[in-house]
Design a protein around this ligand. Structure first.
Ligand code: MG
Length: 406
């Protein structure tokens, strides 16, 4: 991800605004996703280590020509959208959408215009997470000679009509293409096309609207990874395609904290009443500290003490889920995903069993993982050693992470 200074340079800020930005992205993320059969709109669904939406946002932000990313989402989806974006939300502008995709795009274009406009806009569906820089490059190159450009893929299967389950006539696929997004336009042209559109009809996409006012749209080579996520099964297939060249890495973590006078122990983010508490600079959640080190270890990114020095007063009494979330975000920032974590708590007291389910749920929320990707175990040391003498608690953790090959 580019640094803030790079982003400012891309936006053309040198302490003052210069010309209209050449390329701006507009992502439509307003669907309710009823066809997918998922528990939330598909653009906010976890997918390959982040939300579906975050993939396209990252691709646009990382492209040197794109200076701003606007997102249109449902008026009632703003909060969900920000959660799905995480730290990326700070680099995006959110706009409330309309009743149809066309209306949502129109709201986005109006918001961009109100902010000063741009030379070209790249309108993209959030449900196509496999956006790559070469596709953006091809679209930008085509805009030099055309009012619009869209990525297309050839039709590989033979095509036919059919009626009542019986084969009809063959259809030539010679001049047929599958249309993808982003669809890229000169900003003034697509704004004009939206204003001129007969709102009694719904357009299949923005390219049709430009075509309706006489614009020519160039076809550029699309990408199999740009296919749309529509049904539940698409997620597994597309995730396999996007992560085919990723490698699996394992990290381990270990931590110990001793008991001192107190009444509560924090383990895996759960507060457990006890005759003592664990001594430490933060909330001394020994299990979360081991887990943080396992996550950082998997991406070879130092350890918890390096990122959160005990000498720094801002971490005094800190809730340790922040350390885990920090490590989670470092993995996401590298384009990685957490596959699985396994935490073992080693102590005689307190008893972990009654709290295991709450710990499991707390880790799932912190890591944004399914419960079956998380394991919490407990053991004693048969009354041997410092844990056996009830002097403290030890924890160890293992994390398996997948990242792009670098
Ligand atoms: Mg510790």
């Amino acid at each position: 991800m580019p640094k803030e200074a790079d982003r400012q340079a891309k936006r053309g800020y040198g302490g003052f605004m210069t010309s209209v930005p050449p390329h701006v992205a507009l992502i439509v993320a307003a669907g309710s996703g009823q066809r997918s059969g998922l528990d939330r709109p598909k653009q906010f669904q976890p997918f390959a280590g982040r939300s579906v939406l975050a993939h396209s946002v990252t691709a646009f932000l990382a492209h040197p020509a794109i200076s701003a990313v606007w997102i249109v989402t449902g008026a009632d989806q703003m909060a969900d959208c920000r959660v799905a974006l995480g730290a990326l939300a700070a680099d995006c502008q959110l706009v409330a959408g309309g009743a149809s995709r066309r209306e949502s795009v129109a709201h986005g274009l109006a918001a961009i215009a109100a902010a000063g406009g741009c030379q070209h806009v790249h309108i993209h569906d959030a449900a196509r997470p496999g956006l790559s820089a070469p596709v953006i490059d091809r679209l930008i190159a085509a805009l030099a000679d055309h009012g619009g450009a869209i990525p297309v893929m050839p039709v590989a299967d033979s095509l036919s009509t059919g009626m009542d389950g019986v084969l009809g006539a063959a259809v030539s696929r010679d001049a047929l293409w599958r249309v993808q997004t982003p669809q890229s336009f000169r900003f003034a042209d697509i704004c004009h096309a939206h204003r001129a559109w007969d709102v009694a009809q719904e357009a299949t996409d923005d390219a049709r609207m430009l075509q309706a006012i006489g614009g020519t749209i160039a076809l550029v080579e699309g990408d199999a990874r740009l296919d749309k996520l529509t049904y539940n099964a698409d997620f597994d297939r597309m995730e396999a395609l996007l992560t085919a060249d990723w490698i699996s890495r394992t990290g381990m973590g270990f931590d110990v904290h001793k008991f001192e006078q107190g009444d509560t122990v924090h383990l895996c983010g759960v507060s457990i009443p006890h005759s003592h508490r664990l001594a430490g600079h933060s909330d001394a959640d020994v299990a979360l500290h081991a887990l943080t080190d396992a996550l950082l270890g998997a991406i070879a990114d130092g350890d918890i003490g390096q990122h959160f020095p005990p000498s720094d007063p801002q971490w005094k009494g800190a809730a340790s889920h922040r350390f885990v979330e920090f490590a989670r975000d470092r993995i996401a920032a590298r384009g990685g995903m957490i596959d699985h974590v396994d935490v073992t708590i080693i102590c005689e007291v307190p008893k972990v069993g009654p709290h295991r389910e709450a710990m499991h749920a707390a880790l799932a929320a912190m890591l944004r993982l399914d419960l079956d990707s998380i394991s919490v175990k407990a053991t004693t040391t048969e009354q041997l050693g410092f844990t056996g003498r009830r002097e403290g608690i030890a924890a160890q953790a293992v994390a398996t992470v997948r990242t792009r090959r670098r």
